[in-house]
Every structure is written in C-alpha cells, then in structure tokens.
Design a protein around this ligand. Structure first.
Ligand SMILES: Nc1ncnc2c1ncn2[C@@H]1O[C@H](COP(=O)(O)OP(=O)(O)OP(=O)(O)O)[C@@H](O)[C@H]1O
Ligand SMILES: [Mg+2]
Length: 277
C-alpha cells in the first residue's frame, strides 16, 4: 500500500466510533457500545482550514480523539497520509501523529500544574520529536516558540497557575507547535476566554497560518470565528455529518436543521458582536 503524495493529510473512511460503557446494575460486567459518530467520511487537505460545528455532545471532541489516534473506531479507517493509523504498531503511530499539533478544549485543565512553562514546552521535544537535538538547540527552540505565540520570555519560568486564561491558551498553542506540525487541531480554542482575549487568540491562529500554512481543524460553536478562520465547514448532528461546504456558501444557504437555527441566531447577534479581529 504505497500512495505517493496523496492530496489529503487526514482521511476518514466510514468511521463509526464511540465508547464502551458499562450499563448500571447487575449486568455491569458487560460493556456495550455507545455510538457517538456514525459513518463519518472526511478529508483534510494540505493547508486547508476546516471548522467543525455541532451542538454540545454531538461528538466533535470524540471526532478529534479518533483523528489523534486516541480512540480506535468501532469500524472504518483513519489515514494520516497513506498510513492507516490504527493498524500501525504503536511506535509507528506515534511517529506519524507528530505531524498533528493539538490544542485541547480546556486551557485551565490541560496544563500540568507541576511543570514550569519551559518544561511543558520541552516535553514534546524531549519525548520524541527531534532526538539528538542538542540542549542549546532545545532551549533556543523553546524560546523562539514562546516569542512566536506572543508571550514574554519570563513566562518560561512560571507555572500555569500564575498565568491568565489567554496566556495559558498561548502556551497550549506553543506546545502544539513545537513539533512543527502539518495539521493544527484546536478544540474550542476561545470558548473559555474573555471576548477581548478571544480576538487576540483568533488573530494568533491566523498569524500562524500565514507563517506556516498548516492545515487547521477548528472546533467551534461560534460562527463568526468559523467564518474568520475557516475555508470549509463541517456540521455534525445526530452522530453524522449533515452538511459541509465552503463556509460562505453554507452560511448564506444553510440546509440542515442545526445550521438553519445557528445561522439565524448568528445573523440576529451579528450586530451585537463586539469582536474586532
Ligand atoms: N469517555 C467517555 N465515555 C463515555 N461517553 C463519553 C466519553 N466522552 C464523551 N462521551 C459522550 O459522547 C458524546 C459526545 O461527546 P463529545 O465530548 O465528543 O461532544 P462535543 O461535541 O465535543 O461536546 P461539547 O461541545 O460540549 O464539547 C456525549 O454524549 C458524551 O457524553
Ligand atoms: Mg467537545
């Protein structure tokens, strides 16, 4: 199976995924499948920016876990380039997954409180990314990445609890970028932040895109953010992709129930939005 230079970076084929859950009561030894996503087909091309929207609990984070090699689907296949990741030995899988940088949903819960920022940022480098990196090179890489995300160097000596929400989000973005990923996945990167800070983070994401042109997968419930960042939008409802297309087309002519509702409240609120990007 050698496909040279496929156009996509990520491709999901007929993915059905969810969790094994233990029903309450005496039968608790028997695990049952709780299906969250059904027959998902999706591809992400080089440098493409995609927004994923859907109501709370519709499976957006679950979809990201599947893409990140963290949750094996019940059926279907997940490719990163030509590699069927869940069929690769763990070590190989980890190597391929380095191409994806991940900014998890909650900046307050996602950083190890015991580590200084410099160690949080060194971790991916030391773990596997660039073995044989000299100490001085790791240090300069960490410094440059902190600068890139707009943080002052003194932050390197600080612990997460000393940082504001916006700064933590920048640290998470920096951590996702140290391995020089070709895909950047962001799960609701602004929902825990104040409006003014939201705009800064959105601008940062766009700056990063202009500089490195990674593909971007952005989960958001905010259509203004989706419109500002993404080229394409994917809508998940009732476990399935119910709508997808170029974002301007979908916003001007929504088809699914979810998008019709979302677009109408978006238009109502648009004038009220104070975000200045
Ligand atoms: N580890 C888990 N075990 C069992 N069920 C889970 C687990 N994680 C999530 N779920 C369930 O899977 C469904 C989808 O959850 P998911 O977190 O993917 O939704 P989401 O679209 O990201 O929601 P939100 O917008 O609130 O972040 C929900 O019903 C959730 O309760
Ligand atoms: Mg989620």
């Amino acid at each position: 199976m050698v496909m040279k230079n496929p156009e996509y970076i990520i491709k999901l084929e007929n993915v059905t995924a969810g969790y094994l859950i233990t029903p309450p009561g005496i039968r608790s030894l028997i695990k049952t499948r709780y299906i969250v996503l059904k027959n998902i087909n999706l591809s992400v091309n080089k440098s493409e920016r995609i927004a994923i929207v859907g109501s709370s609990g519709s499976g957006k984070t679950t979809l990201l876990k599947v893409i990140l090699g963290l949750l094996k689907p019940f059926s279907g296949r997940v490719f990163i380039y030509e590699y069927d990741i869940y069929r690769l030995p763990w070590r190989e899988r980890v190597k391929i997954l380095k191409k994806i940088g991940y900014v998890p949903q909650d900046p307050f819960k996602s950083l190890n409180p015991m580590l200084r920022v410099k160690d949080i940022l060194r971790e991916p480098l030391e773990a596997h990314v660039i073995r044989g990196y000299k100490e001085s090179k790791i240090e300069s890489k960490v410094k440059s990445i902190v600068k890139l995300v707009g943080l002052p160097e003194k932050v390197l000596e600080m612990y997460p609890e000393e940082l504001s929400g916006g700064m933590r989000q920048r640290v998470l973005i920096a951590r996702a970028l140290v391995s020089e990923p070709e895909v950047l996945i962001l799960d609701e990167p602004t929902s825990a932040l104040d409006v003014s800070v939201q705009a800064q983070i959105i601008n940062l994401i766009n700056d990063i895109y202009e500089q490195f042109k990674p593909a971007i997968l952005l989960v958001t419930h905010d259509l203004s953010i989706a419109q500002y960042i993404a080229d394409r939008i994917i809508v998940i409802e009732n476990k399935e992709i119910v709508e997808e297309g170029l974002i301007d087309n979908v916003l001007s002519n929504p088809q699914s129930h979810f998008m019709k509702m979302a677009v109408s409240s978006y238009k109502d609120n648009k004038n009220k939005l104070k975000l200045e990007f």
